[in-house]
Write a protein that binds this ligand. Structure first.
Ligand code: ASP
Length: 460
């Protein structure tokens, strides 16, 4: 049975078998030294002349090694790594696989390597200690979230990816239907409608680590598909959703990042108006000390205007069309008047100047939702066509409900002190939406298009 490198400290003087990659190699003729790497760590292995094939070893070869765990003389201890007091005296070596070409080094932090190369050979890039640690950190955060919410009676429910267009402000990715020719699914921009429908379905407390898809032009640190922690609760008010999320954010930081300091608890609440006046942005950076990379300054931003004018002079929602207005503005919403003054129940979390979460209490009565769409200039017929299912559901005994979604990639990248979200996503796309490793998107066979009844227009 293979022993993992992290466990060699429990196996002094024993003969064990290790598997992994050749991380470093020094050939001194009679003796060959390698640093062997597996997910759990590194260890030095020494091959004497009796292990003849050791001279064939090259960087990143995959090997199985038999050997004895020996304590190194005190003067040779490498105290930079946990296994540094030991080395393996090899008695046998099997080369499990060789490497044709090393496309990029993996023994550095990798920041200085061309990112296109890193993305093209991502399976190689992921061997890097930093990338491995980012994925493990992400896993630990998600695990904590799942445990935290499960202990509070939330259930995780999967919602469809083949869905219908949701009006969340971005362009949809469309998927053509073969069976219903000429029609399209849309990939969800978020599970917004499904999670509300789960509340109508009586589930009361839902969450999901959900993939969302938005076909946006390249804008800063975004990905065409990204991950949200999405949640929704029934019979709650704004303060309930905010309190739960604040507790969860604090728990993640104090448990998994004890070296970090949260500037202020409870998180300060800032109205949209104050934020714009004082900071000129609705995601204010309220840090007292911007030099300290371990300082996390969370704040809530509330009291956003519900509507804003489009370039064409029509009203559109600022955040989410399914939000309820603050109760004192419900009458105006229903009468579709003083539109510019209506404030929404939206609450956003900003952290060090970046928006990491946002949500709201929803309109659980169909008439209120209808008013939102009327204000946006939709005719009744169009509202029924696009949102008939939501209106029907809300009119079928929908409980009052509200929720939130976090941009999980961004949150993890900030906690890991990474400069962008691609560093915490296993297989991210480039800024212009390409997967360089798989070479996607790509052309498809004519036969596939014929089956879908699709013809590609000649590119001019
Ligand atoms: N669905 C919203 C979003 O993706 C979040 C929410 O209101 O729960 O931004």
């Amino acid at each position: 049975m293979r022993t993992i490198i992290g466990d060699i400290i429990k196996n002094e003087d024993k003969e064990i078998e290790l598997c992994g990659w050749v991380h470093a190699r020094r050939d001194h003729g009679k003796l060959v030294f390698i640093d062997l790497r597996d997910r759990s760590g590194f260890v030095q292995v020494v091959f004497g002349p009796e292990v003849a094939n050791a001279s064939e070893l090259r960087l990143e070869y995959v090997v199985k090694i038999q050997g004895v765990v020996k304590k190194r003389p005190a003067s040779m201890v490498n105290d930079k790594i946990p296994t540094g007091a030991y080395e393996i005296g090899a008695t046998g070596l099997e080369i499990l696989n060789r490497v044709e070409e090393i496309p990029l080094p993996v023994d550095t932090d990798g920041y200085d390597i061309n990112e296109e190369t890193r993305l093209k050979y991502r399976y190689f890039d992921l061997r890097r200690e930093r990338m491995k640690n980012n994925l493990i950190a992400r896993h630990n955060i998600v695990r904590l979230i799942r445990n935290f919410l499960s202990e509070r009676d939330f259930i995780e429910v999967e919602t469809p990816n083949l869905s219908k267009s949701t009006p969340e402000g971005a362009r949809d990715y469309l998927v053509p239907s073969r069976v219903q020719k000429g029609t399209f699914y849309a990939l969800p921009q978020s599970p917004q409608q499904y999670k509300q429908l789960l509340m109508v379905g009586g589930l009361e407390k839902y969450f999901q680590i959900a993939r969302c898809f938005r076909d946006e032009d390249t804008r800063g640190d975004r990905q065409p598909e990204f991950t949200q922690l999405d949640l929704e609760m029934s019979f709650v008010e704004q303060r309930d959703v905010m309190a739960l999320n604040e507790e969860l954010l604090i728990e993640i930081v104090t448990t998994l990042y004890p070296e970090k300091k949260i500037q202020e608890i409870p998180f300060p609440r800032i109205t949209y108006k104050e934020a714009m006046e004082k900071y000129g942005t609705d995601r204010p950076d309220v840090r007292n000390d911007k030099e300290d990379k371990n300082l996390l300054a969370f704040c809530w931003v509330i009291d956003f205007p519900f509507f804003e004018k489009t370039d064409e002079g029509r009203w559109t929602f600022t955040h989410n069309p399914f939000s309820a207005p603050k109760s004192e503005f419900m009458a105006d919403l229903m009468e579709e008047k003083n539109v510019q003054d209506i404030l929404t129940t939206q609450y956003d979390v900003a952290m060090n100047g970046l928006e990491i979460a946002g949500g709201s209490i929803r309109n659980h009565q169909p008439e209120a939702l209808k008013s939102v769409f009327h204000i946006m200039g939709y005719q009744d017929e169009e509202i029924i066509g696009k949102f008939g299912h939501m209106l029907k559901a809300l009119g079928s005994g929908a409980p009052p409900h509200g929720g939130i979604a976090w941009g999980l990639d961004r949150f993890v990248s900030l906690l890991q002190n990474e400069p962008n979200i691609r560093e915490v996503i296993a297989f991210p796309k480039t800024g212009d939406g390409r997967d360089l490793m798989m070479a996607a998107p790509s052309e498809v066979d004519k036969k596939q298009l014929d089956e879908l009844g699709i013809e590609i227009k000649k590119q001019k």
